[in-house]
Design a protein around this ligand. Structure first.
Ligand SMILES: [Zn+2]
Ligand SMILES: [Zn+2]
Length: 76
């Protein structure tokens, strides 16, 4: 039995194997791809970004980079 691992988990899919959640996200993603040439505002910083970024990460690329820095600070 195939449990729990979604092929798109590394892309930010939150379904953990739940098909309803996965379908919902797939639909949002394909809608976002269809409008990929549109520009939307990042809900965090207000900068223009793509709908795909918002669906995938909830914010723009710059915000995502900033978050990953704050949650996984570089250690030298
Ligand atoms: Zn999934
Ligand atoms: Zn942003």
């Amino acid at each position: 039995m195939h449990v729990g691992r979604c092929a798109e988990a590394h892309l930010g899919c939150p379904c953990r194997g739940d098909e309803a959640i996965h379908e919902e996200r797939s639909r949002e993603l394909s809608e976002a791809r269809a409008t990929a040439d549109l520009s939307v505002e990042c809900p965090e910083c207000g900068s223009p970004t793509t709908p795909l970024s918002i669906v995938s990460w909830g914010n723009c690329r710059a915000c995502r980079t900033a978050h990953s820095r704050s949650t996984h600070p570089l250690r030298w």
